[in-house]
Design a protein around this ligand. Sequence first.
Ligand code: ARG
Length: 463
Amino acid sequence: MATMQDNQTWSGRFNEPVAELVKRYTASVDFDNRLALFDIQGSLAHAQMLASCGIISAQDLKDIQRGLAQIENEIIAGDFVWQLDLEDVHLNIEKRLTTLVGDAGKRLHTGRSRNDQVATDIRLYLRSSIDDIVGLLKALQTSLLDLAHHHTHTIMPGFTHLQVAQPVSFAHHMMAYFEMCQRDVERFGDARKRVNRLPLGAAALAGTSYPIKREMVAELLGFESVCQNSLDAVSDRDFAIEFTAAAALVMTHLSRLSEELILWMSPRFGFIDIADRFCTGSSIMPQKKNPDVPELVRGKTGRVNGHLVALLTLMKGQPLAYNKDNQEDKEPLFDTVDTLTQTLRIYADMMRGITVKPEAMRRAALQGYATATDLADYLVKKGLPFRDAHEAVALAVRHAEQKGCDLADLKLDELQLFSSLIADDVYAVLTLEGSLAARNHTGGTAPQQVEAAIARARKLLSA
Ligand code: ARG
């Protein structure tokens, strides 16, 4: 009987070899070899279960363990030869195992399909990636806290519509990003629960006729539960989409912070400086120092957001159960993990290397009538309805603007032109410090509140 290529595990029923171009088109080993160690981990658990259920012999199990241990060493040492002919990571490892240990290697795939195998590998990979990412997010949060800690009294303009709105502390501004990162940590923790379920045992789609113990495999691999429906187990990629959505949100947060760092570093603002090691110069303009890292983070956010859309689109037309389309989930996922982990690693370091320029921030806060709301609140406390107070202050601001000075520079009798309720004590509320101190409630920018927020955050991080 003429079988086609020896190399192709499934080639028995084919009458001609797969075209070279098709082989390259359908192979995934160039990128899915990244899953190799998780694939081995999954195979070891599967084999152990097969032996414990009497589906393979104890000797087979020993041979499989010995072979996989050697393969793992070869992969780690970079000596493993990946073959395109063998299509993907799973068949490459299985073939090598059979070469090393003979028939036991051929028995490993009993009661299993690449469909439940690959789903298991990706889940193991993402679970470990999530744990890395959460660690990196916490490192970034620590950088933000350290920065905030030194700047609870550093006053900058808070903006709405990018117009000076009200004074806030730089610490308060940094703590806003701490909150975003904290939600990111929570989101990954939540996604992890749905990542951490075992598809293995679903086999190709319908389950297997062997008396397997899925719960045992789940326990061996540290999965919290087993996927409850075999069709869903092999075809579900919700967990990958959730992961990528969480990653896209982290990138979106960092992209917003990047936009601020870029603005703040521009001489028009001059609020901060970014350490030289995160910047580059221009090949033509000798004076330039460009905030390349934040710019690239902003740019790379586009690609992670793109991966999210790619995965959603990958799934939307697929009938149950497994389809080869799913092979396309890997590159977006891998690139998402790489982009996010590199970005977080750099960011935590970059935030530690930021020089804050309090005088420039203060000057800017003094320029935009940032305490106008405080004057209105002052009038309200003296009995004026808020809308009337708003109007009186608007007129006072216009007057100060015409004179080219700040509200605090107006003489008392000048201020009294706008409301007879204004007295000497008004100057205390017109200062930036007074404005900050007045916002003294949970979530407010008063130094006392921000210090409390930092203390709460430190506790959360060490928990
Ligand atoms: N390389 C494939 C993937 O990434 C593995 C599963 C292939 N299954 C199959 N029946 N062709 O999805």
